[in-house]
Design a protein around this ligand. Structure first.
Ligand code: FAD
Length: 320
């Protein structure tokens, strides 16, 4: 079923969903099942699976020269989606990137997904590769997520890149398309107003709903929803949540995700006596955030598990 159909069917009740990362290469599918099995008691209608493109590393050879090597640390998004749907009977939402894909690669990936009966995708641009500094699309690839959304929408209308398959007989895919939104603006955007202009472009291209970047101050989410509505963006906006549980995250989260941490959260974490106290403080913060968002009737609470499903289980148990 399409993600937005779940929201319609819930008639104002707040659903819960999770995002998982593929295991590191060499890991097994069992790691995903071990993470998800306990979370299934919360009856998530859909589970997102992230996508990780290849990166390049430089290996020093005995000769002293450096060799450039491509590595993909977390392959397997499509296979994991199929396995999740098969094991749990819930919908899987693969993340699909512009980065690393030509339009032809994208078309082929979407055909694979449609054959597997995957009906939802989260369409993203992806970040710059570490050594590139700025996002560089593939030759014949998309520059922005809005272009990727356009391509998916075309396939939903039976319009493929390959002219030969177009025509009345061409199968129309039926993808429900999610896109990313940033309550504290995307870090490359000069300001929120300009960022929202491009979010609107994604919706006009056919996106059905938005999932937000994590935030730790609910007011930022409420203000973002108001700003979207004022800009004419009327699709469901799902809050993405991640608990902060470790001391180093006080600096790593703002650096990696370009979000602010409220002073009260920082104080609660830093004044805790030990690691367990810090974890407890972060969990309590996320529970309070979740409860308020639920009271305000958000369509769904979407938790980023990031390999720590026991923490998410504790939060979801307190809220749902
Ligand atoms: P876009 O919507 O294309 O926006 C990127 C930037 O370009 C923004 O600053 C925007 O304002 C600007 N812009 C957009 N259109 C135009 C235009 N026409 N002209 C000029 N400027 C424009 N990354 C992964 O690698 N794998 C994942 O699985 C993944 N999952 C994610 C899930 C969520 C919920 C979120 C919030 C992010 C996720 N990301 C993931 C990170 C994401 O790929 C990065 O944040 C990336 O930098 C931006 O992606 P986007 O889809 O928001 O890009």
């Amino acid at each position: 079923m399409r993600v937005t159909e779940y929201f319609e069917k819930a008639k104002g009740d707040t659903l819960v969903s999770f995002e998982v990362l593929p295991p590191l290469k060499g890991g097994s599918m069992q790691a995903i099942f071990d993470a998800l099995d306990p979370l299934m008691e919360f009856k998530p209608p859909f589970i997102d699976v992230t996508y990780h493109r290849e990166e390049f590393i430089y290996k020093r050879r005995a000769s002293g020269y450096y060799e450039k090597t491509a590595i993909r640390k977390r392959p397997g998004t499509v296979g994991i989606c199929a396995a999740i749907m098969h094991r749990y009977g819930v919908d899987a939402v693969p993340h699909l990137l512009c980065g690393g894909f030509t339009k032809q690669d994208t078309e082929n990936a979407l055909i694979d997904l449609a054959f597997l009966d995957v009906q939802n995708v989260l369409a993203l641009r992806g970040d710059a590769r570490k050594f590139e500094g700025k996002f560089i699309p593939e030759p014949e690839g998309h520059h922005y997520a809005s272009e990727l959304v356009e391509q998916i929408t075309d396939m939903n209308k039976g319009k493929y890149l390959d002219e030969l398959v177009n025509g009345d007989e061409a199968t129309k895919t039926n993808f429900c398309i999610g896109v990313a939104g940033y309550p504290e603006k995307h870090f490359e955007a000069p300001n929120l107003e300009i960022d929202l202009r491009y979010v609107k472009k994604k919706i006009e291209a056919g996106a059905d709903y938005i999932v937000t970047q994590m935030f730790f101050d609910n007011q930022k989410y409420f203000d973002y929803v108001d700003a979207c509505r004022a800009a004419g963006i009327n699709v469901p906006i799902v809050p993405g949540l991640k608990p902060l549980t470790k001391l180093y995250q006080l600096t790593s989260i703002p650096r990696l995700f370009h979000v602010d941490l409220p002073e009260d959260l920082v104080k609660a974490v830093t004044k805790a006596k030990d690691a367990e106290g810090r974890r407890r403080a972060g969990i309590e913060w996320c529970i309070a955030q979740s409860k308020e968002l639920k009271e305000r009737g958000v369509p769904c609470l979407h938790y980023y598990t990031m390999g720590d499903s026991s923490t998410i289980h504790q939060i979801a148990s307190a809220v749902h």
